[in-house]
Design a protein around this ligand. Structure first.
Ligand SMILES: Nc1nc2c(ncn2[C@@H]2O[C@H](COP(=O)(O)OP(=O)(O)O)[C@@H](O)[C@H]2O)c(=O)[nH]1
Ligand SMILES: [Mg+2]
Length: 191
């Protein structure tokens, strides 16, 4: 079980199941992140995700035990039709892009469009990956994208699954947001 301490006072002391979807271009580093998060290891020989991979892990957050179901989607264009089915019921999205692949940065727009269409109200944490390599995407381009989509993207973080930088922080930020939403809208039914 992963133990993520958090300073915010939570009123919830229960066991929840959360669905967390990993979205983003192929090779953005989704599967490597998930492996690092769940095992603490960096494996640079992961087999490419075909369709969707699924992993489940209990995460202790504040006073709650969260059963997190991670849906690791393929970013490959020919499998994107799966998004419509697999994104349903998602509680939070981790949207990945590689900081050193400027040519692929614009593909985020397609994913944001899909997410808006299928799960419009679900919070998205934008994640710039491979931060230990020199970034080739400018900060101003990233800030501009976030500002333009600030009704979807609620926060941004840069990580390195290779060094481990900010890998656990990702969950701290996402789970805080999901908690905040559930505490403030307790009557809202999950779709
Ligand atoms: N340098 C570096 N390479 C990474 C990092 N994370 C992933 N990669 C590499 O990027 C490639 C794609 O990663 P993968 O997790 O399969 O991407 P996915 O298609 O989004 O699941 C692999 O060769 C990984 O080893 C990182 O933090 N640093
Ligand atoms: Mg993958």
């Amino acid at each position: 079980m992963i133990n993520i301490p958090n300073n915010e006072q939570s009123k919830l002391k229960m066991e929840f199941t959360l669905k967390i979807s990993l979205v983003g271009d192929t090779t953005a580093g989704k599967s490597t992140f998930l492996m690092r998060l769940l095992t603490g290891e960096y494996n640079d020989h992961l087999i490419m995700t075909v369709g969707v991979d699924f992993a489940q892990e209990k995460i202790k957050f504040e006073n709650a035990i969260l059963k997190c179901q991670f849906w690791d989607m393929t970013g490959t264009q020919r499998f994107k039709f799966l998004y419509t089915t697999y994104l349903k019921g998602t509680d939070g999205v981790l949207l990945f892009f590689a900081l050193n692949e400027p040519d692929r940065f614009q593909l985020l727009l397609e994913d944001l469009e899909k997410l808006k269409e299928i799960i419009p109200d679900i919070p998205i944490l934008l994640i710039g990956t491979k931060s230990e390599i020199d970034a080739k995407i400018s900060k101003s381009d990233i800030v501009e994208l976030i500002q333009r989509h600030n009704n979807q993207i609620f926060d941004y973080i840069e990580i390195s699954s290779k060094t481990g930088k900010n890998v656990n922080k990702v969950m701290e930020i996402l789970l805080s947001k999901i908690f905040y939403i559930s505490l403030n809208a307790p009557k809202k039914q999950k779709k």
